[in-house]
Design a protein around this ligand. Sequence first.
Ligand SMILES: Nc1ncnc2c1ncn2[C@@H]1O[C@H](COP(=O)(O)OP(=O)(O)OP(=O)(O)O)[C@@H](O)[C@H]1O
Ligand SMILES: O=P(O)(O)OC[C@H]1O[C@H](OP(=O)(O)OP(=O)(O)O)[C@H](O)[C@@H]1O
Ligand SMILES: [Mg+2]
Length: 299
Amino acid sequence: MTDSTRLRIAIQKSGRLSKDCQDLLKQLGVKLELREQRLIAHATNMPIDVLRVRDDDIPGLVMDGVCDLGIVGENVLVEAQAERARQSLPSDVNKLAKLDFGYCRLALAWPQELGAQSKQWFEGKRIATTYPEILSQYLARENIKASVVMLTGSVEVAPRAGLADAICDLVSTGATLEANGLMQGETILESNACLIQNPALQDDAKLSLINKLLPRLRGVKQAKESKYIMLHAPKARLDEICALLPGTGQPTVLALAGSEELVALHMVSSETLFWETMESLKTLGASSILVMPIEKMME
Ligand SMILES: Nc1ncnc2c1ncn2[C@@H]1O[C@H](COP(=O)(O)OP(=O)(O)OP(=O)(O)O)[C@@H](O)[C@H]1O
Ligand SMILES: O=P(O)(O)OC[C@H]1O[C@H](OP(=O)(O)OP(=O)(O)O)[C@H](O)[C@@H]1O
Ligand SMILES: [Mg+2]
């Protein structure tokens, strides 16, 4: 029996988003005992239950209020919203955050041997996809009359199998398209994993728990984008050195024992192109440069 007073979060059970979702919950301080066979995991330190389901089911579970929160790819969310709106089912969610994993794009592709094609080529063709709503909306927008062949997986084999002339599927590195002799065309949708909430949620205790988790989520994101930097710098070039390291707050400048010209500088920086920056710092006279990852941050 599940307890309806506990915040319910739906995540993908096994697939591309599962590990990132589990890691994120851990970084947010949610302690879970995940057992492979269990579809519900109870947090041991917060009133949170995690439901582990197929990703396609996540938007509906959140829209119907079965779960309060969900983590799902925007591709699946947009498709479910269009399908449910057409069936007059609840299709609203509050998008609380775009997450920094699950990046992919939904794109058109066709057999490589046909070479480059314009949009007009799709007229009268059969296009295989797992995203019939998004594809149909695109075709209507572009005024292309083509038929949509719905497949739940292995879409890339459809042209070779004679099921379709072209496909509309997810692409990340492009390796799957290449392996299947397909050429990538226009991107219809760019997608990331996102955190969604049931818009009708009114339970004060659950809302305040969400309001506690959201700053932590921002802290995790900010920590990933930041580095802690320690270096020795000539006093005379301190301003130039700091200018190379955009960051939060003021740097800490400490005296170095036995040195008149050098100081130690510690700071948090959002600079990411680190090898290039370190080389520029060296030419300004910096030495003993250490760059360290930050696990959590709260300003
Ligand atoms: N190659 C990729 N790189 C990054 N993210 C991806 C990639 N392919 C898919 N995704 C994202 O991850 C989500 C889950 O992908 P996955 O392939 O695990 O789904 P699935 O096979 O439909 O899983 P399920 O069994 O849960 O229905 C996709 O909806 C998309 O948002
Ligand atoms: O451009 P790429 O980096 O090759 O990634 C694209 C592939 O990744 C996803 O499938 P996944 O590998 O998750 O397998 P699935 O289709 O069995 O879910 C997607 O459906 C594509 O087939
Ligand atoms: Mg799925």
